[in-house]
Structure formats: structure tokens, C-alpha cells
Design a protein around this ligand. Sequence first.
Ligand code: GDP
Length: 443
Amino acid sequence: MFDNLTSRLSVVIKTLRGEARLTEANIQDALREVRMALLEADVALPVVKEFIARVKEKAVGKEVMSSLSPGQALVGVVHQELIAIMGGEKTDINLAAVPPAVILMAGLQGAGKTTSSGKLAKWLMEQKKKKVLLVSCDIYRPAAIQQLELLAKQIGAAFFPVQAGQQPKEIAAAALDFARRHFHDVMIVDTAGRLAIDEAMMAEISALETLLKPIETLFVVDAMQGQDAVNTAKAFAEALPLTGIILTKLDGDARGGAALSVLQVTGKPIKFAGVAEKMTGLEAFHPDRMASRILGMGDVLGLIEEAQRGVDQQAAENLAKKIKSGKSFDLNDFKMQFQQMRNMGGMGAMMDKLPTQLTQAAQKVKMDDKVMGRTEGIINAMTPQERVKPEILKASRKRRIATGAGVTVQEVNRLLAQFEQTQKMMKMMNKGGMAKMLRGMKG
Ligand code: GDP
């Protein structure tokens, strides 16, 4: 899947070099490669255009971190935008309804509706501990109802028995009543496959939607159908209040374009991905994992991630050595730490990485991102001598620094108190092993 994107980007990484900043000129060729690769993967043209525009906007002017090549930095931007175009965060299935929560399955014949109904039932039973009822309203395809019944048996889900001659609306109403009386948490309703252009069929599923008031109306779409699938999705989205997408057959030789286009075209998130024929072959859809899979560059992505964490390894190691050798931690080191924290995406991001002991200490001195910026300003206003020997900071020097940094003397005092706290923390860390802490930060 998306093999071409990977190989085209590999070329880009090698050729885009030697620049400290990404510019419109230096990324032009690279963007052309990305564009070609997306079109080859059957991503819809408007989506490609929008995607390229977004990557360009994010990339131009971006500084390239010292540990990355410009090509790698651009891959980082492409990766982020791939995630964004697929919805960013994972979108959970919504079951917040008076039971039964009804899930209506819509889609073309052969898309994988019946199979996905079974898989979803299994997933809800296992992952969410729900009591699930499977219902088939597909009276047109002779074996459809039996197919779902068989799957229900296989996974141990309840199945609603259909009487001969019942119409879809009658089945739906009776099933809803049955589910209420038998305390089912969730009722999954499989429908007949239909073409969007078939007005009678579309009217029927609309009527089912009105009757059942589903909390989720999921459009099941075959990833292998590429652009066709996306166009159908659009027609369905216009006719039915869809709430999400199930993208099936991602295990096949799908070129993958549908994964990128479908959200953009329908405005609905992909909630699940079908990755095998068997009943366990359904996964919650994670845009970030999908983006990594599409790029297929585990090594480069790892590198980018590490750089984005922004630990300037050399500086950090120098600091570790300095502290180990018994030299005191001064305000220059303090400032460097702030800069590193900022590179790492602020205090919040770093807190997750630090050992608890240090996190607690840092919380005690109440460092947040805003304070971090002011702190740097104050240290900048000090002379080199003052930074190395903070003990010489008496009232008049403090006043000068406060004026220079545009803060009050109290703030300077607060910073010095924080610095002392951190100095103590560093001594503590030295005992506990600075090297260990830095490894933790890299992790
Ligand atoms: P429906 O007409 O929409 O109900 O489609 P079906 O559920 O009958 O599926 C059509 C075919 O696609 C069947 O052979 C399924 O086994 C197969 N299928 C469905 N989902 C997947 C999937 O995620 N991966 C693979 N490999 N096959 C799938």
C-alpha cells in the first residue's frame, strides 16, 4: 500500500539537502513527488490539492532541526498532515443512547457490510462488554439473512429471527421491540446493498433510519474501490445522516487512496478498519498508525520523533557530566534546561517523560510554559558573571535585571528561589543517576 509514496519520498529525502530552512523553492520538487504518489494511490484530486496546499503552508519557513536533514523535516510535515487529513484523533464509536444503541450499516453490495456487522458485534462484545443483537433487513439477496445468522452463531451474538414475507421496516420495528424486551445494549442492523443512484433503495434505508433513530449510521466502504468508493460515499452522505465510516479490505492490495479521501469528501470520520476476512479482522481506526503505515518509513519517523522531542543530546550530556563532576549547576544550565523543555513541546509534554520524583519536584516550583518564557527573559538580562555566581545578586543588581527584563523584582526573586530548588533537585538527581534520567527523557 502506498509503496510509491514511500519510494518517491525516499528520493526526496536524499535530494533535498543542505538547507537550514524549508522554502517554497527547495520543497517544490518534493511536493511534486508527493502529489504524484497520492494520485497514483488513487486519492481524489481535490483532496490531493488540498493536502499539498496544507503541507506547503506548514513547511515553508520551517526551521530544520540540527539532527535532521531538510528532506526528513519535510517527511515530518507530510506525516503530520496525513494524520490530520484522516481526522487527527481516533474517533470512538458512540453508544450513548437509551438501550438499545442502534447501529445502522449502509453501503454497496459486496462492500463488506454483513461481514463488518459480525465483526463489529464481536468487537463490542469483547472490547465494550456489550450484549449485542444482530438484525438483517436484507430481504433481497437470498442468502444474506442466513449469512448473518451464521456469523452470529460463530461469534456467540444474539440473532433476530426474521419471519417469511416480512418487509425491512417491519423487521426493524419488531427487532427494536425484541431488543428492548431482552435488554440488549446494542442492536446492529445490516441492510441490503444498494447503489446510491437507486432511488427506491435509498428511500428504504432513509425510512429505516427515521424509524430506528440510530446513534451510529456507518457507511461501509471497500478500500480497494478507490475513487469510486469515495464518490459513492459522498452520495450516501448526502442522502443519509452518516456518523462514520468503516473502511474494509485494507489487508488487500488496496492502493489506499480511499483512506485519505473519504473523510475529506464526506466529512465523516473513519471509525473502523477491516483488516482480514475473519471475525477478528476489525480494528479501531487510528489516523496516526495509518499515516505511519502509509509512509512506510519507520526509521525516518522514529528519527523525526526523537528530534521533535528536541533533546539536544550533546548539551544534555555535557550538563550531566558537569553535574557528575561535582561542579555546581548555574543559571546558564538552568536556562539551557528551559530551552530544552521548550523544544520538547513545553512542560506538559516533558512531564510525561520524567521520573515521578522529578515531576513532583517540578510541580512544586510551579513551572508552566508561560513562566518558562519569562524566566528565560530574566536570565538573559543578567551578566555572564551573575549567571555563574547568582549569590552576588543583591538588591541593586536585581533592580537592574528586573528593569532589563520588564518584570518586577519579586519575579526575579521568585526565579532565584526556583533556581535554588532546581539546584537541589539536580543534586538529588545526581545521587539517583543523571544519566538514568536523561535516558528516561529520550525514551
Ligand atoms: P456485503 O454485501 O456488503 O454484506 O459484503 P460481505 O460482508 O458479504 O463481504 C463481501 C466479501 O468481502 C466477502 O467475501 C467478505 O469475506 C469480504 N470481506 C469483507 N471485509 C473484509 C476485509 O476487511 N478483508 C478481507 N480480506 N475481506 C473482507
